[in-house]
Design a protein around this ligand. Structure first.
Ligand code: BG6
Length: 520
């Protein structure tokens, strides 16, 4: 591969600062704020993408003073910043930080917030543009917008915008997602709502569209004529850690599938949009969700596998079973793993299986989309020592060790015809350097610019829940009897292997992310 990179963007569009605004973070004392939002803002500021007329208003129930909030923000930078943070930036940020302690359910909190925001506008020139970020427990996702609306803090005018970022989980099933959409749209328009999915903030996820549509060579092959099947893996080696309380209600299906995994499937399978306009892209994504073949109860039993991790080992360390984790019921039937086979009923994808899997405490961390091309006909090699032809794999490694690799067969040098598999491998870090990111930079920035392309629209969220609804119903009706059914540190339950074996395939069990993987 060549080792130079040409960029087609201009220096102007690399340095475009967002316009004046105040970022109001509800849940400012929480984990998300310190681990992701503050480090992301730091990265944005260092890249000169934040406006000078900018302020952060933290809102939370903790009775912190302004100084305490500043201290917490500095601690968050010390602990979680992905890059070195200059003292100039700390000072710049410190001058723009405000804190308001209050109960999210009390109208009085929003009256005080309104007064504070007027002061902030006067002091920082934020022009009445407010980006409200719901970094709270989901139980506040309807309450806070309703209160904001009553306080007039969602009212837009010609020269003034008001937007709301809603974190995940957006509902816990189709009905609750529909209800939340209704509540939100009762107090603001769809164009003001930004439903976040942090996967869309990942460079490599955004690159799927660039890779598919900015290159002439792949798209003509991107269909059922040439592709045998697709495997999408989001494997985590960590367990539930401290999040047992949340995870007990969510489980692997809700936690990962209708959001992150479905983003990956739609970006992989969608038709080319006519532009990068938010609705043009999202229209194509939602078509894929609607085209997923509905799962009947029988198909859930056959095509969907659930698992829960038991005890296991990683080197000398003993890994606890899910049922022994903090805040987890010792009899819990919550799945920590799910795999499934889906079909997309379109001309492009008819009869091409999409195998998805995600789980915790697996043998390695790897998020990837692997496209397996069809085997070529064999006749040419009949009278040679070659006994079979391996299919080509195109693998987009989304994290870690981000990159793209294409495997193909090549003649092994020598007097006889033998074939070896070789990889053509592109690593992001080799070409673009390491750019540590939280994934939230681009999302915050795009929201400030008013571009919703990387956010989920109401119909996408609902279509995603509709796809998994039959699974949720079938699982509610039948409790698993075999949990735990995979060892921590393994690649998941045997049933997931059987799911692919039925079709004559195997999961790509990547041992380590950069090592070559088994053929399927
Ligand atoms: C979150 C899930 O949305 O995504 C977590 O709630 C999961 O359970 C995480 O660990 C995975 O994100 P990433 O960026 O680490 O792949």
């Amino acid at each position: 591969m060549q080792d130079t990179v040409t960029t087609n963007s201009t220096t102007e569009d690399q340095g475009r600062r967002a316009g004046p605004c105040a970022l109001v973070i509800f849940g400012a004392s929480g984990d998300l704020t310190k681990r992701k939002l503050i480090p992301a803002l730091s990265n944005l500021a260092q890249e000169k993408l934040l406006p000078q007329s900018f302020a952060i208003v933290g809102v939370a129930t903790r009775p912190w003073s302004q100084e305490e909030f500043c201290d917490k923000v500095n601690e968050a930078l010390d602990q979680f910043a992905t890059d070195e943070v200059s003292s100039e930036f700390r000072q710049w940020l410190g001058e723009r930080l405000h804190y308001l302690s209050g109960d999210f359910r009390e109208a009085e909190t929003y009256t005080r917030l309104s007064t504070l925001l007027s002061d902030v506008d006067a002091r920082h020139g934020t022009a009445g543009n407010y980006l409200h970020y719901l970094a709270t427990a989901p139980s506040f996702f309807d309450e806070i917008p309703r209160q904001l609306s009553e306080a007039g803090l969602l009212d837009e005018q010609d020269d003034q915008w008001r937007r709301l970022i809603v974190e995940k989980p957006f509902g816990s099933d189709l009905e609750s997602a529909q209800a939340l959409n209704r509540e939100l749209r009762a107090v603001m328009s769809e164009s003001q709502i930004y439903r976040i999915d942090h996967y869309l903030g990942k460079e490599t996820v955004q690159n799927i569209l660039a890779f598919r549509f900015a290159n002439g060579i792949f798209e003509p092959l991107w269909n059922r004529q040439h592709i045998d099947h697709v495997q999408i893996t989001a494997a985590e080696s960590i367990g539930v850690e401290q999040r047992g309380r949340y995870y007990e209600h969510s489980g692997a299906l809700r936690d990962m599938v209708p959001n992150h995994i479905f983003q990956l499937i739609t970006l992989t399978a969608m038709e080319p949009p006519i532009s990068f306009d938010a609705d043009a892209v999202r229209d194509e994504q939602v078509k894929i969700l609607h085209a997923i073949h509905p799962l009947s109860e029988e198909r859930v039993i056959d095509d969907v596998v659930r698992g829960q991790y038991g005890e296991g080992r990683a080197g000398d360390e003993t890994l606890a079973a899910y049922r022994d984790e903090l805040h987890v019921d010792p009899q819990s039937n919550t799945p920590t793993y799910v795999a499934m086979r889906l079909y997309i009923d379109t001309w492009r994808w008819s009869r091409v299986p999409f195998y998805l899997r995600t789980g915790k405490r697996l043998a390695g961390r790897a998020t990837e989309i692997a496209i397996r091309f069809k085997r070529p006909p064999f006749s040419l090699f009949r009278d040679t020592p070659v006994d079979r032809l391996n299919p080509n794999w195109l693998v987009m490694r989304l994290q870690p060790d981000e990159g793209i690799s294409l495997s193909f067969g090549a003649k092994v040098p020598g007097a006889v015809m033998r074939l070896g598999d070789v990889d053509m491998d592109f690593c992001y870090s080799d070409y673009f350097g390491n750019q540590p990111r939280t994934g939230y930079e681009r999302l915050l920035y795009e929201c400030m610019l008013g571009d919703a392309t990387l956010f989920r629209r109401a119909d996408m969220v609902e279509a995603s829940w509709s796809v998994v609804a039959p699974i949720q119903e079938a699982w509610n009706d039948r409790q698993p009897t075999c949990f735990p059914n995979y060892a921590s540190g393994s690649w998941g339950p045997a049933e997931a292997d059987a799911l692919l074996a039925r079709d004559g395939h195997r999961w790509r069990n990547c041992k380590t992310v950069s090592a070559s993987c088994n053929e399927g």
